[in-house]
Design a protein around this ligand. Structure first.
Ligand code: PLP
Length: 391
């Protein structure tokens, strides 16, 4: 029998062994783990919508009216009124001609990229893009060029060196998921124009959060009309589940016909779609604006405290605030000691981040209380000094 014990032991030796942690409560800004209440500092539920009464009510009503499952893929019998309502709502929110739902962000990226490019084409992908973008690019069989992180000048040079054959797709995270910095979209737009490329932005962490109306990184920079495919997820700031592509009608029609993760998968269940609809209404309204203001205030407060304590927060300018540690075992020790103090910040290791750049990825929520974040900064500082992460 061929087992996997040796591989598992190797992961343990490298400090890279992963284990699931069990949450015993709903996903609030505090969670219960092992019977203890902890301040949650590693969730992507940035606006607190995953426990919002309006989303819960919408989901319950949808179950009563439409049942629990959709029963089939969209192109068979699984296309329900709710799916089309949500797609229209997303398109209206994003200001695009159309939108298409996917069952997750992972399914969106592994479905969209291979639909747009194939053999003979080229994908230009930021080095720190999310794993699902990399997987989508690999699945596409297009040539993959990974450009240095957030470096449009390097991208331009690389594109200049490539031949002129085939389609070109530039793809980037809007907000980089492990670093919290924002893609330089204005420059990417001008490069895309220069080389006649398509531009796709993955706004998993920008949707609901960035820009005046929460429409994401493209709104923040005023370049939405120049981004060919705005991909976003519904399971992070929107507190639900699933993902979307927002684009011009022709592109959406093409995805319906060619995107394998869309075609060959059962559609999202009614409760999830209804919760997403309620979330977009909320994010697009007054409450969304209030939550974004609170989130912004919390981020500023948290970041100021950490910088004052001597932490370097790399380029983060968003609700994702990484504390760089480096070593994998030391990072997990940091997490463990913080858990003892009542704070849950998951350590992030390869392959999620490059080797030697292990970190605590702190994420801020609109629903964190100011004093909780102040307390967290004190604990992070105390333990950080104890472990020698800061002086
Ligand atoms: C989380 C994430 C995804 C995957 O989205 P899911 O809906 O969780 O599958 C894709 N891209 C980025 C940048 C992400 O952070």
């Amino acid at each position: 029998m061929q087992g996997f014990r040796r591989e598992l032991d190797l992961l343990k030796d490298q400090g890279l062994y992963r284990q699931l942690r069990l949450m015993e409560s709903e996903q609030g800004s505090r969670v219960t783990m092992n019977g203890r209440q902890l301040l949650l500092l590693c969730s992507n539920n940035y606006l607190g919508l995953a426990t919002h009464p309006a989303l819960k009510e919408a989901a319950i009503n949808a179950i009563e009216r439409y049942g629990t499952g959709s029963g089939a893929a969209r192109l068979v019998s699984g296309n329900m009124e709710l799916h089309e309502s949500l797609e229209k709502r997303i398109a209206r929110f994003k200001g695009t001609e159309a939108a298409l739902l996917f069952n997750s962000g992972y399914a969106a990226n592994t479905g969209i990229i291979p639909a747009l490019v194939g053999r003979g084409d080229t994908v230009y992908s930021d080095r720190l893009n999310h794993a699902s973008i990399l997987d989508g690019a690999l699945l596409s069989r297009a040539r993959l060029v990974r450009y240095p992180h957030n470096d449009p000048a390097a991208l331009r040079r690389l594109m200049g060196k490539s031949g002129n054959n085939g389609r070109k797709l530039i793809v980037t995270d809007g907000v980089f998921s492990m670093d919290g910095d924002i893609a330089r979209l204005e420059e990417l737009v001008s490069i895309k124009r220069e080389f006649g490329a398509l531009l796709m932005v993955d706004d998993a962490h920008g949707t609901g959060v960035l820009g005046e109306g929460g429409r994401g990184s493209a709104e923040l920079y005023g370049v939405a009309a120049d981004v060919d495919i705005q991909m976003g997820t519904l399971g992070k700031a929107l507190g639900s589940f699933g993902a979307y592509a927002a684009a011009r009608q022709e592109l959406i029609d093409y995805l319906v016909n060619t995107s394998r993760s869309f075609i060959f998968s059962t559609s999202l269940p009614p409760a999830v779609v209804a919760a997403s609809l309620a979330a977009i209404d909320l994010v697009d309204g007054d409450e969304g604006a209030v939550l974004r203001t609170r989130l912004q205030r919390n981020c500023t407060l948290f970041r100021e405290r950490l910088v004052a304590a001597g932490f370097e927060l790399s380029g983060s300018s968003t609700q994702i605030v990484p504390i760089m540690v480096g070593d994998a075992a030391l990072t997990m020790e940091y997490t463990r000691l913080l858990l003892n103090e009542g704070y849950f910040v998951q350590g992030i290791r390869p392959p999620t981040v490059p080797a030697g750049t292990c970190r605590l990825r702190c994420t801020i929520m609109a629903t964190h209380a100011e004093e909780d974040l102040a307390g967290a900064a004190v604990a992070l500082t105390r333990v950080g000094r104890q472990l020698g992460v800061i002086k």
